[in-house]
Unconditional design. Sequence first.
Length: 73
Amino acid sequence: MSDPWKHRSSKMLCQTCMWYVAKENERGFTGLGRCRKSNPTMNGYPVVFPTDWCGCHKLDEGKIGGVVNEDKS
Ligand code: SF4
């Protein structure tokens, strides 16, 4: 029996979410990001993979098409 929920979340990944901010170090982007949906805790904003997802996803059209690490400032 096939899973009807498979790939259901593929359009709501962190990498296209307006709350996702890619982490960068001196060598470039790390492949991780932080979720800024809520205020930070003592450990900072939650660390997420670009391929994570949650029900609070809010689409940022500027991040569609793989432009996930571009600084818009
Ligand atoms: S955890 Fe949810 S709200 Fe945070 S960046 Fe990912 S999809 Fe967006």
